[in-house]
Design a protein around this ligand. Structure first.
Ligand SMILES: NC(=O)c1ccc[n+]([C@@H]2O[C@H](COP(=O)([O-])OP(=O)(O)OC[C@H]3O[C@@H](n4cnc5c(N)ncnc54)[C@H](OP(=O)(O)O)[C@@H]3O)[C@@H](O)[C@H]2O)c1
Length: 241
């Protein structure tokens, strides 16, 4: 077995888009090794593994998923510098009505798995020699506003934000626990032009910023010794439009 890693970063759902970008940045710009989970084999997974990251293929909606992730971490790492809860599904209420298992998937991905991993992995975070240790979740800016199409998705993201406060209390002062609440970061490839224009008008800054702004926020949180129990809006001024 290869040597167990020290001060690793665990990112859930890092096979594409924002999670993949965060993993790439950690590999390129820090000395912290990267552990990640993915559900689907994608080019990003091979790229990360070729660059030295260690991945676990897992569907986080499976009942024993958290225990399997914890086992993977225990096999691969002696300590963790940070855990990043990124894996997510953006399901419409309309979709949930047609396939009720989606309700369970949202609860598991956004609330149950982060809750269980925070508990199962705390001793790996405590084992880190780094003076700063972090749990960071990625929720959604719209929890502040609600939605007539993504009500259940947002309810579970609000639950994820709420876990931040409880775990910040539980794990202080050794471990900081924070959340990032993004509005539009990246469009999906198949988003039509008129939808894109309408979404861009919903923020003051009117840009699709891309995942680098999430990386900047993650680094800022991790470097900041006086930040815990917060949810940082990353919204281009959306709150006042
Ligand atoms: N993109 C935005 O503009 C935006 C806006 C607000 C909030 N956010 C939040 O930012 C985070 C990243 O966004 P994103 O756009 O990069 O999301 P994304 O492209 O949908 O990627 C999310 C990842 O979650 C993983 N996932 C989904 N269901 C899973 C399951 N059952 N088991 C294991 N993994 C599962 C997927 O894995 P596979 O690919 O391996 O299947 C996927 O790679 C999410 O938490 C999202 O809610 C994004």
């Amino acid at each position: 077995m290869s040597q167990r890693l020290e001060n690793a970063i665990l990112i859930t759902g890092a096979g594409q888009r924002i999670g993949l970008h965060l993993a790439r940045r950690f590999l390129a710009e820090t000395d912290w090794p990267v552990l990640f989970t993915y559900r689907t084999m994608r080019p990003g997974v091979s790229e990360l593994e070729a660059a030295g990251a260690r991945g676990l293929m897992i569907d986080l909606t499976e009942p024993d998923a958290s225990e399997r992730v914890a086992r993977f971490v225990s096999e691969q790492a002696a300590s963790l510098r940070a855990v990043i809860h990124n894996a997510s599904l953006w399901l419409k209420d309309e979709t949930l009505a047609a396939s009720p298992e989606g309700v369970n998937a949202l609860v598991r991905l956004h609330m149950q798995v982060p809750y269980e991993l925070n508990r199962l992995l705390v001793s790996w975070l405590r084992a880190s020699a780094s003076p700063l240790k972090d749990i960071i979740s990625i929720s959604d800016f719209n929890t502040a506003r609600g939605s007539d199409r993504h009500a259940f998705y947002l309810a579970t993201k609000a639950g994820l934000q709420n876990l931040t406060k409880s775990f910040a209390k539980l794990y202080a002062p050794e471990i900081k626990v924070n959340d990032i609440a993004p509005a539009l970061i990246m469009f999906n490839e198949d988003d039509p032009e008129d939808y894109r224009r309408a979404r861009l008008k919903k923020s003051l800054l009117q840009i699709e910023p891309g995942p680098e702004v999430v990386w900047q926020t993650v680094r800022w949180i991790m470097d900041n010794p006086y930040l815990t129990a917060t949810s940082i809006p990353l919204d281009g001024g959306r709150s006042v439009v």
